[in-house]
Design a protein around this ligand. Structure first.
Ligand code: 6LW
Length: 542
């Protein structure tokens, strides 16, 4: 059964939605993962397909050196003058937020770019740099033919309210040039953390949507309206139009960062980001996802949820579990996979050097912010297993390859093959735990024989276990440890760092000697064991 108002499978957070005739498109954030931006397509707002990842080359996006959870934040997709327009931020520095936030300067770097294309799945243009004054840029195309760039304004000065409101500046849609002065049009409400602006014109009103409350449990979709684009804007009389703030029993938490679309029949739907915490630890191992639900306009001209409650009303249905096997028998990487930061994937892997295999070259340390050979896919269910077969003959302890459950450089569980000081192959788990010290743990090594090895991980909510077998044997060998999968969540963190990506599972290879010794992966199987969103709060057995 396709659930009513589903969680949108495989989407990332910060959705931006546009309709062109009968086609709907949604763009979502990809952070330090490459290619940049996911674009999904639907014709019925329920069934969606990934149809594009537009930022594919160095001139568009080079994230080498970007910190964890930086990179591409909150892209904005729009359509005007017969072209698709994509605005995106490349966040270069997050700057660890000072503990009190008030006394220290909040030094961050965000650069906003514009690319365009005549087809949603075409070859997008090289970017034009627009500004760097804050993140969450968005375009508004007014009915007088003029276009306006909005973004949140970042105030880095000590003692200031870092989120300084929403600014607007006219933009020439042919050249990308910004015209006239930047104008502060909305300072936000008492909820604060004003970001994620989107503007709409309806019945002579300018309706402004923003995200407020911060992307954690107080997240909210907030609306305000004005007869003038430049304000003053009057906030919605009911408060947030959609939020899970103060609703701990809501299946969807952290709901905010919304965008609206109107159907050809005149219905209004909202996409927004959400999180589904583990029942035991309140941690979101699925990161932030995207939900969708219908909204309605009242006789007073204000938008509300259908029942007027401002409650998130999405999910609640059983979805078909994903069961995907990739045998790497094509020359292009399946779209389920991404890699980190670099616009030069040929330095990380090859799908042609050994036909039928994904060859990863041993590169930098796992967690490197530059050139680490790690190819992975998003975790999208509370219970899943993943399996791969790897051909790898390390010569010494500086060469390693294997299967990794990865969040970022400070938190992962990595089942890998390496060699001991006698050159004998061994298998063990390296874990990075996001404690204050950023500790790493290494499980006891187990010697293994020659030949290809099948590696497997099984995750059930917060429990994560590894096993393996030599390819010519049918006997699986469990590692004795049960690892904590809940550290692979937005909430488990070294204080003050951003955690926006959600968890990934994939393949990795390192050669710290610099010789680039490769590992060949014959297949990767990802299988989910529940998608019962309604039971997100319980261990839904399939
Ligand atoms: C995004 C901002 C946010 O740019 O998180 O929850 C940032 N809201 O609007 C990264 O996802």
């Amino acid at each position: 059964m396709t659930p009513r108002n589903p969680i949108l499978r495989g989407f990332n957070p910060d959705p931006s939605i546009v309709r062109v005739d009968a086609d709907y498109y949604v763009a979502t954030s990809t952070f330090e993962w490459y290619p940049g931006v996911l674009i999904h397509h639907s014709r019925d707002l329920t069934n969606w397909q990934l149809i594009g990842r537009p930022l594919i080359r160095a001139s568009q996006l080079d994230m080498r050196g970007n910190p964890d959870s930086c990179g591409v934040w909150a892209p904005d997709l729009s359509y005007a003058d017969d072209r698709f327009h994509l605005i995106y931020t490349d966040v270069k520095r997050y700057g660890q937020t000072t503990v009190d936030g008030a006394s220290g300067a909040s030094l961050r770097d965000f650069h906003n770019y514009w690319v365009s294309c005549d087809r949603i799945d075409g070859d997008w243009s090289d970017p034009v740099h627009l500004n760097s004054s804050g993140f969450d840029p968005a375009l508004f195309h007014d009915d007088d033919g003029r276009s306006w760039l909005l973004n949140m304004l970042w105030d880095h000065r000590p003692g200031r309210g870092r989120f300084a409101g929403i600014v607007a500046q006219e933009m020439d849609l042919r050249s990308g040039a910004l015209l006239g002065d930047r104008r502060l049009i909305f300072e936000g409400t008492a909820l604060g953390f004003t970001e994620g602006p989107h503007l709409y014109k309806r019945d002579g009103w300018y309706h402004l949507i923003v995200a407020e409350g911060g992307t954690e449990r107080n997240h909210a979709v907030v609306m305000a309206r004005s007869r003038s684009l430049f304000g003053p804007y009057e906030a919605h009389p009911d408060g947030p139009v959609l939020t899970a703030m103060g609703k701990p029993d809501a299946a969807l938490q952290r709901t905010g960062h919304g965008d609206l679309v109107e159907t050809p029949q005149g219905e209004t739907w909202m996409v927004y980001l959400c999180g589904r915490p583990l029942p035991s630890s309140d941690r979101c191992v699925l990161g932030r996802e995207t939900a969708i639900q219908p909204m309605c306009w009242g006789d007073d001209g204000w938008l509300r949820t259908v029942d007027g409650s401002a409650n998130p009303d999405s999910g609640g249905g059983r979805e078909t579990p994903v069961d995907e096997r990739h045998d790497f028998d094509r020359v292009d990487l399946p779209a389920a996979f991404q890699w980190l930061r670099t616009p030069y994937p040929d330095q990380l892997f090859s799908l042609t050097e050994r036909p039928g295999h994904l060859r990863l070259y041993g590169r930098e340390t796992i967690g490197s912010h530059f050139t680490q050979a790690l190819v992975a896919r998003r975790q999208q269910a509370f219970r899943y297993s993943a399996e791969t077969k790897v051909d790898f003959d390390p010569r010494h302890f500086q060469q390693a390859a294997g299967l990794v459950c990865y969040y970022n450089s400070t938190k992962f569980h990595y089942l890998h093959i390496t060699a001991d000081d006698d050159g004998q192959r061994q298998i063990q788990v390296l874990s990075a735990i996001p404690s204050g010290q950023g500790s790493t743990l290494l499980s006891a090594p187990v010697r293994i024989g020659a030949g290809a090895v099948v590696l497997r991980v099984q995750v059930d909510h917060e429990a994560l276990r590894f096993d393996y077998r030599l390819a010519e044997s049918a006997d699986w060998c469990w590692l004795p440890e049960t690892f904590d999968a809940s550290i692979l969540s937005d909430e488990a963190t070294v204080p003050g760092l951003p955690n926006f990506t959600g968890a990934f599972v994939g393949m990795a290879c390192q050669d710290l000697s610099g010789a680039g010794h490769p590992a060949d992966f014959a297949y990767f199987q990802y299988r989910e064991h529940d998608r019962d969103i309604g039971n997100a709060q319980t261990r839904g057995d399939t």
